[in-house]
Ligand binder design. Structure first.
Ligand SMILES: Nc1ncnc2c1ncn2[C@@H]1O[C@H](COP(=O)(O)OP(=O)(O)O)[C@@H](O)[C@H]1O
Ligand SMILES: Nc1ccn([C@@H]2O[C@H](COP(=O)(O)OP(=O)(O)O)[C@@H](O)[C@H]2O)c(=O)n1
Length: 230
């Protein structure tokens, strides 16, 4: 069967990666978490002293951008990709609140976006890929055969992320997560370069009241329809 490209975009913490991973496993496609790449650049900035407080040194980051190499390697046990920054496994380090609180301003920088978008397009050039993020259906793969735009209420999204971080043993406050989710949504929707918005041909999914299993079934149906049409 001809392979297609699947773009899943939407708001922070609504379940995009969960559904993208599930689908990719089920249909044997590659899964790429584009948010992990923006998080890895942010971690690089933190580790290399490119932040003073919340202020990012943009000219310095521009000088460093060619030294930032992001790759993914499949974890043998989970069969899920882990993110590597310059050869180091940073999959856990990029999921902290510190990175979450700094990632959206880094993601709004034009040269950061153009570097990562090129890399994402290279990863998807053979199709057979499920990629999730904010601009996958609008900028990275505007020709994707299946585009989904996911949303859920901010409170529900913050609670999902809170439960996840608590389960990982991270000390977090619900209010802090809710504020971060709202702040990131605002910056992501209002930045100049590739803001988060629904592509005209994206299917809208509000999964506020869906279980993980229900959204998985819904997405699989959309995939089957899309492959029949293409
Ligand atoms: N439909 C759902 N109902 C409840 N929890 C969900 C649902 N979808 C995802 N989750 C959980 O919500 C959290 C955020 O999901 P994730 O896929 O990381 O979101 P995103 O990629 O959009 O940021 C995860 O802990 C995930 O297990
Ligand atoms: N394609 C993408 C993916 C993520 N991002 C940025 O990266 C941040 C982290 O993305 P993510 O997908 O890991 O976010 P979560 O919703 O999973 O926390 C987002 O808030 C965006 O600022 C982006 O600008 N474009």
């Amino acid at each position: 069967m001809k392979k297609i490209t699947i773009a899943i975009d939407g708001f922070s913490s609504c379940g995009k990666s969960t559904m993208a991973k599930d689908l990719a496993k089920e249909i044997g496609y590659i899964y790429i978490d584009s948010g992990a790449m923006y998080r890895a650049v942010t971690l690089y900035c933190i580790k290399n002293g490119l932040f003073s407080g919340d202020e990012i040194n943009i000219p310095e980051l521009e000088r460093h951008i060619k030294d930032i190499h992001i790759t993914f390697k499949l974890d043998e046990k989970t069969q899920l990709p882990r993110t590597y920054l310059n050869g180091e496994d940073v999959e856990d380090a990029i999921r902290t609140m510190e990175v979450s609180s700094k990632v959206s301003p880094v993601s709004a920088i034009d040269f950061v976006r153009s570097a990562l978008v090129s890399l994402q397009q290279e990863m998807g050039k053979e199709k057979g890929i499920v990629m999730d993020g904010r601009d996958i259906g609008t900028t990275v793969f505007p020709e994707a055969e299946l585009k989904i735009y996911v949303t859920a209420s901010p409170d529900i999204r913050a609670l999902r992320r809170y439960d996840e971080l608590q389960a990982k043993g991270q000390e977090v406050k619900f209010e802090e997560i809710l504020q971060n989710v709202k702040e990131r949504d605002y910056i992501d929707q209002n930045r100049k370069v590739s803001p988060l918005k629904r592509a005209k041909d994206a299917l809208l999914l509000d999964n506020s009241l869906l279980t993980i299993e229900e959204q998985k079934e819904w997405l699989l149906k959309q995939f089957e329809k899309a492959t029949q049409q293409n």
